[in-house]
Design a protein around this ligand. Sequence first.
Ligand SMILES: NC(=O)c1ccc[n+]([C@@H]2O[C@H](COP(=O)([O-])OP(=O)(O)OC[C@H]3O[C@@H](n4cnc5c(N)ncnc54)[C@H](O)[C@@H]3O)[C@@H](O)[C@H]2O)c1
Length: 262
Amino acid sequence: MSDGLAFPLLAGRVAVITGGAQGLGAGTAEVLAGQGARVFLLDLQEGRAQELAAQLPGDGHAGLRCDVTNADERSRAIQRVHEAAGRIDILVNNAGVQFHSRAEEIEDEKWYWLMEINVHAVLFMSRDVGRMMLRQGRGSIINIGSIASVLSMPRRTPYVTAKTAILGLTRTLAVEWASRGVRVNAVCPGYHETPLLMEHIDRGTLDGNRILKRIPMGRLGTIEDVGKAVLFFASDLSDYVTGQHLLVDGGYTAFGAPEDAS
Ligand SMILES: NC(=O)c1ccc[n+]([C@@H]2O[C@H](COP(=O)([O-])OP(=O)(O)OC[C@H]3O[C@@H](n4cnc5c(N)ncnc54)[C@H](O)[C@@H]3O)[C@@H](O)[C@H]2O)c1
């Protein structure tokens, strides 16, 4: 391999993953821990985060209660990670929510709720952990966007708006912090096998068969598919990459013909 790369790729690194108790956050935790990172899962579901942390490969992982929209809970959780591990090398802003509504029927409260989690908390977590990373002179922040960061989707105005904002946030922080050793990138998943997606398919708000026909690779992504892309940005594999986004979508956004992908 090229000069300067040591394996496992994240040996000695400390990673914080928001919304890490299930879904893509859990898959990412598995991949990062598998490459030697010590992982802290910050989630509303403290018990579930703790259970998952106990099952990850390696030692020292923990699940912590943290509502990313609550300033006190954010600073308490960051403080606890700092006391336990002394540093944070990797922050994955993964916690996110979604709801469907026709644009003309969007309720104010639901718009603000989604923005709080999907946009504001990403900035606040990045700012607070970013300060620590800037002091360290090293860090990698990975924001979880979506194919909705680059595509429009009917009945998802709040989600599309939030996930598009994530790319602007990513690029701006990246440029501001580039010379001080902190990189900021985004991973934009397509359709992956997670509770969030399965819930929509079960409720009938999404049609699973139509989604599959629209994915050139012909399958949903796994949670580890996202974790592997996060690993690229978290590790020194991407040490000259900042301000970028990577679509992990089985070819979904590359596909523009009107017929089925097959
Ligand atoms: N599932 C997909 O196919 C898909 C596709 C594109 C993008 N995404 C994005 O990936 C991320 C993860 O999605 P997922 O499908 O794994 O979701 P999920 O609903 O399965 O898991 C989200 C996790 O975030 C936690 N969470 C929610 N609100 C929180 C808060 N205020 N504070 C702390 N934790 C909170 C939940 O408890 C849960 O553990 C989201 O940002 C989502 O928008 C998912």
